[in-house]
Structure formats: C-alpha cells, structure tokens
Ligand binder design. Structure first.
Ligand SMILES: [Ca+2]
Ligand SMILES: [Ca+2]
Length: 136
C-alpha cells in the first residue's frame, strides 16, 4: 500500500496511463516487444520511407486502420486519433521514430517497477490497483 501511494504521483503525471494499463495483456510483456510494435506501426505509417511520419501519412493510416480495439501488446502502442499531436514532442509537424517510441516506453517504464525490462502480470496488477486508488 505504501509503495502504491508513493508511486501514485508518477502515474498521475501520465493521464493516458489508466486507459493503457487496462489494455495490458494478461502475460508478461518485454520492453523489446513494445519497441518492435512501435517500429512496425511507424513503418506502416511512413509511406514514403523518409523516416518521419507527416500529418497526411498519419491521416492515411487512420483511414485504413481497423476499427476493432487493439489487443495484446498492440494496445500499449495504440495509434489513436490524437496520436500525432501527442507524439510530435517538438511540435515541428513531423513525428520521428524516437518521438513515436517516447510515450509507449514512458508508460511501459512506469509499470516496470523493478526495471528489469519486463512488465510482469503482477506489475500490471499494481498499475491497475493504482488506477482504482487514484480514481483514474
Ligand atoms: Ca517532431
Ligand atoms: Ca519488471
């Protein structure tokens, strides 16, 4: 309980965490999996293969995206309608792979309490418990 309360401010600093944590799959997730998913999504969006995703490329990806809710690791790095504005940290209208990786990995690292590069089922449960404690 003390641990949960101590961690609460860190979780509260990331409003999207509540939604994301509920979508974590019921199995351990490796950091490398998250990176692989983001890289795959990024490659799918970057149509002209110039290493940046532009607004039109993002819009085209969204237009053809499956309406079904994502499951498993895909859910952590889900590309929502606000993905572009959130991912474009420096606001230059282009999203680089580093920018695309930043948020999913930030969420992952918050849940990976023991910093072993894997979010265990137990760590996921702690994240979920925090969510209910903090009313998120
Ligand atoms: Ca940018
Ligand atoms: Ca861990």
């Amino acid at each position: 309980m003390k641990l949960l309360l101590a961690l609460a401010p860190a979780f509260l600093a990331v409003p999207a965490f509540a939604q994301t944590a509920q979508q974590f799959p019921d199995r351990p997730i490796a950091r490398a999996e998250v990176i692989a998913v983001v890289k795959r999504q990024f490659a799918a969006m970057d149509r002209n293969r110039d290493g940046v995703v532009t607004q039109p490329e993002f819009a085209a990806f969204r237009a053809h995206q499956s309406p079904a809710p994502p499951t498993g690791v895909e859910a952590i790095a889900h590309i929502s309608g606000r993905w572009f504005e959130r991912a474009d940290a420096d606001g230059d209208g282009r999203v680089t792979l580093d920018e695309a990786l930043a948020r999913p990995l930030q969420l992952f690292d918050l849940a990976d309490i023991d910093r072993d590069g894997v979010v265990s089922v137990k760590e996921r449960q702690v994240a979920m418990a925090l969510m209910s404690l903090t009313g998120q």
